[in-house]
Write a protein that binds this ligand. Structure first.
Ligand SMILES: [Zn+2]
Length: 210
């Protein structure tokens, strides 16, 4: 059991090291590896039994990739592909590293306090910090579905998507414009009524004195 855990975390660390090497070569921010692995390590035996069983009995592959909707390179997800065999994925566990803000109070630690960490400038006991965490999801892998036609057919499709999008946007604008015109016409109709009324009243006053 312990070796399963060790191997799992070691695989994740190795993949993250590679990921960071690549990030570094593109001058991108690196992932804080201990921050990612700490909650996995700490919660390993609380993980769903099916995940533990899967990584104990089946081959699996760990992949690191950017999170969907990521804003920074450091926002990653860890995909644990559970394999049927060497080639085919059965299902995937997705680990989404995160942090939870732990508000314990603004740090006022003093250098002379017991346990004061000079590097972190804090005793690390009861101060505000970001507690490492992760979310875990399980997804079913159904396979890969390819565009089966020619590349030129794809280009035509591409053009269609953009054209249709343009038509859609223009149609929306037309609807909005028509609504605006209707509103203005309604305002004019009401103002005309008011104008008629005012003129009628004026006529009545003038008639009175004539
Ligand atoms: Zn502190």
């Amino acid at each position: 059991m312990n070796t399963v855990k060790t191997a799992f975390i070691q695989t994740i660390i190795e993949k993250l090291l590679t990921y960071n090497d690549e990030s570094r070569s593109y001058n991108l921010e690196c992932v804080d590896i201990p921050c990612v692995t700490a909650p996995i390590d700490d919660n390993f035996y609380q993980l769903p039994q099916e995940l533990i069983d899967d990584i104990t009995t089946k081959p699996y592959e760990v992949m690191i990739g950017p999170q969907i909707n990521m804003t920074r390179n450091t926002e990653i997800e860890i995909r644990v592909n559970i394999m049927y065999d060497e080639y085919e994925t059965s299902h995937v566990y997705v680990i989404i590293p995160s942090v939870v803000s732990d508000y314990q109070g603004y740090c006022a630690c003093q250098e002379n306090e017991i346990g004061y960490n000079t590097l972190k400038r804090c005793t690390g006991v009861a101060c505000d910090w970001d507690r490492p965490s992760f979310q875990l999801e399980k997804t079913k892998y159904y396979g890969e579905f390819e565009w089966g036609k020619l590349q030129k057919d794809f280009w035509a499709y591409e053009q269609d998507v953009y054209n249709n999008q343009k038509i859609e946007v223009t149609q929306e604008k037309i609807i909005k414009k028509k609504q605006n015109i209707e509103r203005i016409k309604e305002r004019i109709r009401k103002m005309n009524l008011e104008l008629d009324e005012q003129e009628k009243e004026l006529q009545e006053y003038e008639d009175e004195i004539s």
